[in-house]
Design a protein around this ligand. Structure first.
Ligand code: NGS
Length: 282
C-alpha cells in the first residue's frame, strides 16, 4: 500500500501529513472513573483548545472529526468522558472538536434527533469529514480504536463490559458509531421519530443496508468500552412499530425534515455546547 504524503520536500516550513497509524499509541488504556473537577481538567489539558478542539502540532492531520454527544442531565458522566476522551483523541493525531448537544426540557429524550442536530450544527463550523456519534456513558479502553471514518460506517462500541464484552447482536449500531459526512447525508441522517429509549440505532442500521452500505467493526479486543452505570430509561413502546415501517420514511424522515431551535451555544474549554429545543415531526 502506497500513500501519497504530499510533495517530497525537505523544506522544514512544509508540514508533513500525519502517519496513517499514529506513532504513540499505547493500546489498552487505564480508564479513570473518578476524574478531577472540570475546572481542574480545564487547566490540566493544555493541548485542548476552546470549544473542545484538538489537533496535532507537528503533522498535518488526515481527518477532520466531529464528536457528537447527545446529552441531558448527566454532568458526572460528561466530566468522566471528557477526562478520558481528550487525551486519547490527542494521541490519535486527528483534527477534532467535541460537541455536546443538549435537549431542552424534560419530555422524552430523542437521541437520534440530537445527533442530526449535531451533524447540521457542526458543519456550520467546519466541513468535517467524519462524525462520531457517542453516548456519554461509554469510555474507550484502547487507543487503537481510531476515531476516524473508514470506507463503510463503523460501529465502534463492539465489546462493552456491561455485555461481558460480547456484541449483543450482529446489526447493533448503538453506543458509539462513525459515519462520514457523505454517508450520513446519503442515508438522510437518523429518523426523527424515536422519542424515548431504543430502536433509533436499529433504524440507522436499516438505512445503512438500504443504501448498499454495511457496518464495519474493529476487532473486539480493540473496540472495547466501559459503561458508566445509570438508571434504566423508559423505553419507547412504539419503537418496534416505527422500526417496521421505517423504510417507507427513509427519504422524508431525517435530515430533510429536521426541525429545532438552537436556544444557546457556548464554547467552553473542553467542549462546544449546544442547547436545543426539538420540534416533533408533523
Ligand atoms: C436493542 C434496542 C437498541 C439498543 C440495544 C442495546 O434492543 O436500540 O438494544 O441497548 N432496540 C430496540 O429497542 C428496538 S443497550 O442495552 O446498550 O442500552 O441500542
Amino acid at each position: 500500500n502506497t500513500t501519497y504524503n504530499g510533495p517530497n520536500v525537505t523544506d522544514s516550513s512544509v508540514i508533513k501529513q500525519c502517519p496513517l497509524i499514529p506513532p504513540n499509541l499505547a493500546g489498552p488504556l487505564v480508564v479513570n472513573k473518578t476524574p478531577p473537577e472540570l475546572s481542574v481538567i480545564e487547566v490540566k489539558f493544555t493541548d485542548v483548545k476552546p470549544g473542545g478542539k484538538g489537533s496535532p502540532s507537528n503533522c498535518k492531520p488526515r481527518y477532520k472529526v466531529a464528536i457528537i454527544i447527545p446529552y441531558r442531565d448527566r454532568p458526572q458522566h460528561l466530566q468522566t468522558l471528557l477526562y478520558n476522551l481528550h487525551p486519547m483523541l490527542l494521541k490519535q493525531q486527528i483534527d477534532y472538536q467535541i460537541f455536546i448537544v443538549e435537549q431542552e426540557g424534560n419530555g422524552p429524550f430523542n437521541r437520534a434527533m440530537l445527533m442530526n442536530v449535531g451533524y447540521v450544527e457542526a458543519l456550520k463550523e467546519k466541513i468535517f469529514d467524519c462524525f462520531i456519534f457517542h453516548d456519554v456513558d461509554l469510555l474507550p479502553e484502547d487507543d487503537r480504536n481510531l476515531y476516524t471514518c473508514p470506507e463503510q460506517p463503523r460501529h465502534m462500541s463492539v465489546a462493552v463490559d456491561k455485555f461481558k464484552y460480547r456484541l449483543p447482536y450482529a446489526d447493533l449500531f448503538g453506543g458509539v458509531s462513525a459515519m462520514s459526512r457523505g454517508q450520513f447525508r446519503l442515508v438522510n441522517g437518523f429518523s426523527n421519530m424515536f422519542w424515548g429509549w431504543g430502536g433509533e440505532d436499529d433504524d440507522m442500521a436499516n438505512r445503512i443496508k438500504a443504501k448498499g452500505l454495511h457496518i464495519s467493526r474493529y476487532p473486539p479486543n480493540i473496540a472495547r468500552y466501559k459503561m458508566l452505570s445509570h438508571r434504566k430509561e423508559k423505553a419507547n413502546p412504539r419503537r418496534y412499530e416505527y422500526l417496521k415501517t421505517g423504510k417507507k420514511r427513509f427519504a422524508t424522515d431525517g435530515l430533510t425534515n429536521l426541525k429545532y431551535d438552537l436556544i444557546d451555544k457556548k464554547k467552553y474549554k473542553l467542549y462546544t455546547w449546544l442547547l436545543v429545543k426539538l420540534t416533533p415531526p408533523q
